[in-house]
Ligand binder design. Structure first.
Ligand SMILES: C[S@@+](CC[C@H](N)C(=O)[O-])C[C@H]1O[C@@H](n2cnc3c(N)ncnc32)[C@H](O)[C@@H]1O
Length: 212
């Protein structure tokens, strides 16, 4: 099996620095994710990386397979469990919501990971996913250039529809969508807009089905 966290483990500071170099895009992404996060609820970010989303969103728990990425997230005050999304050593029905930001494209088994997230969510708990939509401007660029990108060479990008279908199969319902990065340049921070199809960065929110 390919270890998709290895590139992150070996180039942690380079990854983390992206957010300093692309402050406008980062803020636009953060606003879009923030829109979907329930207030005053217990959440966990799966594939928390260095905590660039968990920290400002006040998410106290994370899951991360790369030791070095996890270490930076811990320095940012997040309690990190060093494991993969497909195998969560967590009790059933523990969290109100789970977040995954640009991590689903690295999972080796998406149905297994979604089943695990479903299991650790409380009844009516929410799953919030942020992806670079493979059909978007940026998605096409990443796909084209991925073999020369150390972080994305093993990534498998998806469309919003594909992720929605996988979430439905994992017994999630009540879908909501927001999008950002609708412009080619990164000059201005964008306010998120609802729906998908225009922005490269899409946030998908879904609820754990009742009784499942
Ligand atoms: C693009 S980074 C995103 C990190 C963070 N969410 C952010 O937006 O900054 C993808 C992360 O997913 C992690 N990852 C790779 N495979 C994973 C898996 N099977 N389960 C959980 N995380 C994984 C990588 O180590 C990396 O930290």
């Amino acid at each position: 099996m390919i270890d998709t966290s290895a590139a992150f483990d070996q180039n942690t500071l380079e990854y983390d620095n992206w957010f300093e170099k692309h402050k406008t895009a980062y803020q636009s992404e953060l606003l879009a994710v923030q829109q979907a996060i329930p207030k005053n609820k217990k959440g966990i970010e799966i594939g928390v990386g260095t905590g660039r989303f968990a920290k400002p969103l006040n998410i106290k728990f994370g899951v991360e397979p790369s030791e070095n990425m996890a270490q930076v997230a811990e320095q940012r005050g997040i309690k990190v469990i060093k494991t993969v999304a497909e195998n969560l050593p967590l009790e059933n029905e523990t969290f109100d919501f789970a977040l995954m930001v640009t991590t689903v494209c690295f999972l080796s088994d998406i149905p297994k990971a979604f089943k695990e997230v479903h299991r650790i969510l409380k009844p009516k708990g929410e799953m919030i996913l942020a992806i670079i939509d493979k059909n978007s401007e940026l998605g096409k660029k990443y796909e084209k250039e991925k073999l020369s990108n150390k972080f994305y060479q093993d990534a498998h990008f998806h469309s919003t529809e594909e992720i929605t279908e996988l979430l439905k199969q994992a017994h999630f319902e009540k879908f909501e969508y927001w999008q950002t990065l609708t412009q080619k340049n990164e000059k201005e921070i964008e306010q998120p807009i609802s729906g998908y199809g225009k922005g490269s960065f899409v946030v998908i929110k879904a609820q754990k089905k009742n009784g499942k």
